[in-house]
Design a protein around this ligand. Structure first.
Ligand code: HEC
Ligand code: HEC
Ligand code: HEC
Ligand code: HEC
Ligand code: HEC
Ligand code: HEC
Ligand code: HEC
Ligand code: HEC
Ligand code: HEC
Ligand code: HEC
Length: 324
């Protein structure tokens, strides 16, 4: 245990150095050799780290930066953090040139920045973060839907915020809705998973970093994702209803529906997608003898569920027709 932790720290230190050797976007033309030479000489980095930066970037500047000191990244006692090493430049890259005094009219040398609006490509931004964060849920980041669609870590994470909204249950969905407008609309429908009430963040069902499952679900199959919270639907049942064990989404949508109970359609239409009425006993249920125009007894109150109430399966000895 101790050895592996030491090894990890050592790796992190090495990683910290390689973060340092990353040339910032605008210097991409300069050769890698030059970059590492600078690293060895320690020229490209400021001598005083954050102290230099905050001379200009303080609470009064356009983008207040002090809040980062309240985050885990700023724990200097934790040797894995940027602040235990190159500090601001552990993420923003070498900043000595950028920090120089400049003459009036002169353009300040740029520094690497993050987020969707910056010139730095997402992959290059993400590399900085991934140098320290390859483990845990990011193991499969490469090839994930977000990675292949050029989404940056900084599109979801606010690392300067004392509380990153995407890590906060009730604030997380807003971060996602910035790009996922259809899902925002879904979660406003009458029947929903209670995401908009702040009790069920998207990450209860999705692993947004990476996943082997379709749609980045956090369990290998859709049904297993549902069983996390609806274990009673897993059974085993004496009398199974075949589609339930197969795939919940044959009848339910995951986010929101205009039909009750997140159904894709209302019964009887829902049921009639797969069942014809042909197999029914014809007496007593068909409405024979009633005035014409009276709907079939099967459709009384609009639903098959009045009789077949155990639609997910039955454990009753005589529940074979899912009626009890
Ligand atoms: C002498 C003042 C000064 C110092 C020191 C300084 N900056 Fe800046 N920085 C600025 C100004 C002014 C801007 C606004 C953009 C511009 O004029 O280029 C800026 C912009 C930035 C940006 C945004 C860049 C962009 O592309 O939008 C980042 C990030 C940044 N600084 C980080 C740092 C870091 C990290 C340090 C310390 C290594 C630092 N700055 C040191 C003056 C300074
Ligand atoms: C853990 C990585 C990390 C560290 C450490 C870090 N930053 Fe940042 N910084 C970011 C990211 C990511 C953004 C993009 C906006 C956000 O996430 O809030 C950013 C944004 C900025 C901006 C705003 C640029 C703009 O778009 O206007 C400035 C200025 C800045 N940082 C300066 C600093 C200074 C100064 C320090 C040290 C005190 C520092 N940063 C430490 C990652 C970091
Ligand atoms: C030099 C290494 C290093 C770099 C670079 C770095 N981080 Fe971190 N990060 C850490 C460490 C260490 C922690 C604390 C982990 C812990 O306490 O378990 C952390 C924590 C976090 C957390 C969890 C915060 C919380 O409150 O729980 C997030 C999110 C995060 N980092 C995102 C990023 C992003 C995004 C970037 C790139 C912009 C980045 N990190 C760059 C080392 C780094
Ligand atoms: C699509 C939005 C999104 C993107 C893009 C994203 N994250 Fe996250 N990240 C999240 C969410 C949501 C959580 C909380 C997950 C949870 O609670 O299960 C999280 C948690 C984290 C954590 C803290 C918890 C942990 O698993 O250790 C770290 C560190 C982190 N992300 C780093 C990164 C890095 C590095 C990148 C870029 C390679 C990145 N994230 C890209 C949404 C995102
Ligand atoms: C910067 C924009 C952006 C943000 C923010 C964002 N996403 Fe995405 N997301 C995308 C893009 C682009 C795709 C790929 C195209 C698509 O399926 O819509 C995607 C795909 C997905 C998919 C489908 C994955 C697959 O394998 O098909 C899921 C699930 C998802 N995002 C969840 C989330 C969650 C949860 C959040 C918030 C924590 C989030 N996204 C934040 C842009 C974003
Ligand atoms: C109760 C679990 C659950 C929650 C909570 C949840 N999702 Fe999903 N999501 C799913 C399932 C299951 C699918 C796959 C649907 C399918 O393939 O039929 C999915 C699919 C998606 C897709 C792929 C496109 C689509 O609509 O099928 C995106 C994007 C997505 N979810 C985003 C989000 C976002 C953003 C949030 C939070 C605001 C969220 N999800 C919350 C279960 C969930
Ligand atoms: C993280 C826990 C969680 C997961 C995973 C989950 N659910 Fe739910 N589900 C809930 C909660 C909480 C409710 C609301 C219960 C309430 O309002 O009493 C709910 C309600 C429902 C409802 C009833 C909705 C209504 O309007 O009455 C259906 C149907 C449902 N879930 C199906 C699913 C399906 C299908 C999946 C898998 C794609 C799934 N759930 C995954 C937590 C979860
Ligand atoms: C054959 C269609 C069908 C399939 C497949 C199906 N359901 Fe349902 N489900 C329904 C119907 C119909 C209702 C409404 C029942 C009612 O109104 O009495 C419902 C209601 C629910 C409810 C809310 C009421 C309750 O019983 O708790 C949950 C939760 C639920 N389903 C979860 C699931 C899960 C999880 C799966 C997959 C394992 C699944 N369902 C598969 C048809 C289906
Ligand atoms: C996706 C297709 C599908 C949907 C939708 C569906 N079923 Fe089924 N149902 C099946 C299959 C497949 C069987 C198993 C048939 C068999 O074993 O012969 C079955 C079996 C049944 C049985 C037991 C039949 C027997 O002979 O034991 C009843 C009752 C039933 N379904 C009622 C319903 C009701 C009520 C609904 C609507 C809420 C519904 N089904 C929706 C596919 C479906
Ligand atoms: C008034 C009560 C009632 C209603 C409403 C009803 N059923 Fe039935 N259903 C039954 C009974 C009773 C049986 C068992 C007949 C038997 O054992 O031979 C049955 C049998 C079935 C079977 C199995 C057929 C077979 O060959 O054994 C299916 C499938 C079925 N119903 C589907 C539906 C669907 C779909 C609806 C809605 C369109 C529906 N039922 C509405 C009472 C009802």
């Amino acid at each position: 245990m101790i050895t592996s932790r030491r090894l990890f720290t050592a790796l992190c230190l090495m990683v910290g150095l390689s973060v340092g050797s990353e040339a910032p976007a605008q210097d991409a033309a300069t050769s890698e050799a030059a970059a590492s030479a600078h690293l060895v000489q320690g020229v490209e980095y400021t001598e005083k780290g954050a102290d230099t930066c905050i001379k200009c970037h303080d609470e009064d500047s356009e983008y207040p930066v002090f809040s980062i000191f309240k985050t885990k990244h700023a724990r200097r006692a934790d040797s894995r953090t940027p602040f235990a090493k190159l500090q601001c430049e552990g993420c923003h890259g070498p900043g000595a040139n950028h920090s120089q005094k400049i003459r009036p009219g002169e353009k300040r040398p740029p520094i690497m920045n993050f987020g969707a609006k910056t010139a730095t490509p997402s992959a290059q931004q993400n590399k900085i973060c991934l140098d320290c964060h390859t483990r845990d849920s990011r193991i499969g980041w490469k090839g994930s839907a977000h990675e292949t669609n050029d989404v940056a870590c900084a599109s979801c994470h606010r690392v300067h915020a004392p509380r990153d909204p995407v890590l906060t249950e009730n604030a997380q969905p807003e971060t996602c809705y910035a790009c996922h407008l259809k899902q925002r609309a879904d979660f406003l429908k009458p029947s929903v998973h209670p995401v908009r009430f702040g009790v069920l963040p998207c990450s209860e069902c999705h692993n947004t970093h990476a996943s082997v499952a379709t749609r980045s679900l956090n369990k290998p199959t859709l049904n297993q994702t549902c069983y996390q919270c609806h274990a009673e639907k897993r059974g085993p049942f004496l009398w199974e209803h075949a589609p339930v064990a197969e795939d919940c989404s044959l009848c339910h949508v995951p986010h929101g529906s205009i039909h009750p109970a997140l159904l894709t359609k209302r019964a009887p239409l829902l049921c009639q997608q797969c069942h014809s009425q042909a197999g029914h006993p014809s007496v007593a249920y068909t409405g024979a003898g009633l005035p014409s125009g009276t709907p079939s007894g099967f459709l009384l109150a609009g639903s098959c569920l009045n009789c077949h109430s155990q639609v997910h399966g039955s454990n009753h000895p005589s529940g074979v027709k899912l009626m009890r």
